[in-house]
Design a protein. Sequence first.
Length: 153
Amino acid sequence: MWVNRMGARYIVSACLAGVRCRYDGEARTNARIAGLVQAGLALPLCPEQLGGLPTPRPPAEIQGGDGHDVLAGKARVINVQGEDVTDAYIRGAQETLHLARLFGATEAILKGRSPSCGRDLIYDGTFQRRLRPGRGVTAACLQEAGVNLHVAD
């Protein structure tokens, strides 16, 4: 579990701060994270929205690898309707990293299991709600840039 270190600035998955931006149009509010945002220590971001996807939107999963593989061009993000939304996920990850740098964030608290924000586990790409080890696209992008990752649900 993450701890609020003195002077640390965070980016957080916006859905954890109470923003109704998940694929289903809902939030997954975490009171501690909302408190960090209210105190000005955390910036809430939704990579999918930053990448240009609407809310609500069809659920998507990574097929052929994880977020690192997507960034390397070896895997794709496909929604439940069969549409390739990889470019939007990559754009959202890049914008999230850009805003994290502008905000001075060195830490990220992300929503688990998301194809963007998942840190340790993501869905396996079959839309059967089966989990497998791996990072989401934004989590991989942030990790590759040296941002410390934490997960909350």
